[in-house]
Ligand binder design. Structure first.
Ligand SMILES: *Cc1c(COP(=O)(O)O)cnc(C)c1O
Length: 213
């Protein structure tokens, strides 16, 4: 079990994040079911996937865990997310959102809008300047419940100002239900938490060897 997952880093993350009430999402996209199982035995409940079918498979295999969709999504895979995701973090296209909503039954699906905080054209996410208009469109879909904003910083450059910009956009929302800030990964979680993240998405640091402090 010790070499299935990085137990030491996992415990360090919990010790650092829990006092700040930051939710740790263990990104299991490169990991096996055995690794998910091992991490859940340590008490981990929240897992992130970027591929819709794999999220569906794991949500069915591990129904007691929470499954977070964090990757790009196309309309033809919408059913996997509408039916099986506990939270959808990467909403950035209103037509895809409507397609997902069709498969949401007997609940509201909590969603975050993914913003393109790095400004890089190849990165997904809604451009910052279009956020308010986009928020209005999402709020017209009754099956979805907008709870926050998500962003990925660039690999290099001023990541702190990218996270800070996301926080300011969240702070500017008048709707009090829009309060989650999902930002930070293995390489930049520390800055993200300093800038107010309420959730971080950590993959490599939890499932592979190496230090990420
Ligand atoms: C893979 C992935 C992560 C986790 O990245 P690590 O560097 O392995 O921590 C976080 N967020 C998204 C959207 C991802 O696709």
């Amino acid at each position: 079990m010790t070499d299935l997952i990085n137990e030491k880093n996992y415990r360090d993350f919990r010790a650092k994040l829990e006092p700040k009430q930051v939710r740790l999402i263990a990104v299991s996209k490169y990991s096996s079911d055995e690794q998910v199982e091992a991490m859940s035995r340590l008490g981990q409940k929240d897992f992130g996937e970027s591929r819709p079918q794999l999220l569906r498979d794991r949500a069915l295999a591990f129904p007691d865990l929470n499954w977070h969709m964090i990757g790009p999504l196309q309309k033809n895979k919408a059913k996997y997310i509408g039916r099986h995701a506990d939270i959808w973090h990467s909403l950035s296209d209103i037509d895809v959102a409507k397609a997902v909503a069709k498969y949401v039954e007997n609940r509201q699906l909590p969603v975050l809008i993914q913003l393109n905080i790095s400004g890089e054209s190849q990165k997904s996410g809604v451009p910052l300047a279009q956020l308010n208009e986009f928020v209005d469109q999402v709020r017209q879909i009754p099956e979805l419940k907008l709870i926050g904003l998500m962003g990925m910083a660039s690999k290099e450059g001023d990541i702190r100002s990218q996270f800070a910009a996301l926080r300011r956009l969240r702070d500017a929302q008048e709707d009090e239900k829009i309060r989650e800030l999902c930002m930070g990964m293995s390489g930049d979680w520390k800055v993200a938490v300093e800038e107010g993240a309420t959730m971080v998405r950590i993959g490599r640091a939890l499932f592979q060897s190496g230090d990420y402090k």
